[in-house]
Design a protein around this ligand. Structure first.
Ligand SMILES: CC(C)(COP(=O)(O)OP(=O)(O)OC[C@H]1O[C@@H](n2cnc3c(N)ncnc32)[C@H](O)[C@@H]1OP(=O)(O)O)[C@@H](O)C(=O)NCCC(=O)NCCS
Length: 181
């Protein structure tokens, strides 16, 4: 269990599959993600089976540190593509409970995920992609210390238009500088 100020991370649990199906079948959420096909319970269960054999990724569910509702799950986040030679990885996050978006939880979770990436996994570089129109996510990542490195032009099709995919990353040296400020 990893604890922050207002949230904690815990391993993914199959008992939350119904909640995951709700989040990841909601176009308001998936418009910002890679996934776009309807997600079935079968696929989600298969994914859980595959997950336990994957050495190059770490997934967490995000819970509120709330005395009244300690089981309140609000999202998931993950580190993927762990490259042990180059000490690099990618990461992603979803605050799936829409009532809990825009309250700083996503930024806090990303700060915790980045700390885990550097301090526990000994990464040197953590990268992510964000679609150009996802200003909220972009702002949140900038606050954590991610820097825009480049754009894949018109890489994402959404609602009849093409958008850039923005590549952002944080290096260990950026993060150490920021945490010592
Ligand atoms: C992106 C996400 C993780 C951000 O987490 P969050 O808890 O909602 O966001 P936070 O409150 O931590 O921070 C968002 C920042 O963007 C700002 N913001 C919110 N809505 C915004 C909008 N529509 N446009 C621009 N900025 C916005 C907020 O004001 C906040 O900045 P501030 O603290 O300086 O005011 C979350 O909204 C989410 O999961 N969204 C759906 C899925 C998704 O986009 N995942 C990421 C894919 S790259």
């Amino acid at each position: 269990m990893i604890k922050g100020k207002r949230i904690k991370f815990a391993p993914l649990d199959r008992k939350h599959i119904d909640i995951f199906l709700k989040w990841f079948n909601d176009p308001e959420i998936t418009q910002y993600l890679l996934m776009y096909k309807p997600l079935t319970r079968d696929w989600e269960e298969e994914w859980f089976d595959v997950l336990k054999h994957k050495e190059d990724m770490v997934h967490f569910s995000i819970f509120l540190l709330d005395q009244e509702d300690p089981e309140k799950i609000i999202g998931n986040c993950a580190i993927h593509n762990i490259d042990s030679k180059n000490r690099a990885c990618t990461c992603g996050i979803t605050i799936g409970e829409k009532n809990y978006q825009n309250q700083g939880y996503g930024t806090e979770a990303m700060e915790m995920l980045v700390e885990y990436g550097f301090n526990t996994l000994n990464m040197n570089r953590i990268e992510l992609s964000v679609w150009d129109f996802n200003t909220r996510a972009y702002n949140s990542y900038q606050k954590v210390g991610f820097v825009e490195e480049g754009r894949k032009r018109q890489a994402r099709y959404h609602n009849g238009k093409y958008y850039d995919e923005v590549i952002m990353a944080i290096l260990r040296e950026d993060w150490e500088k920021k945490t010592n400020e």
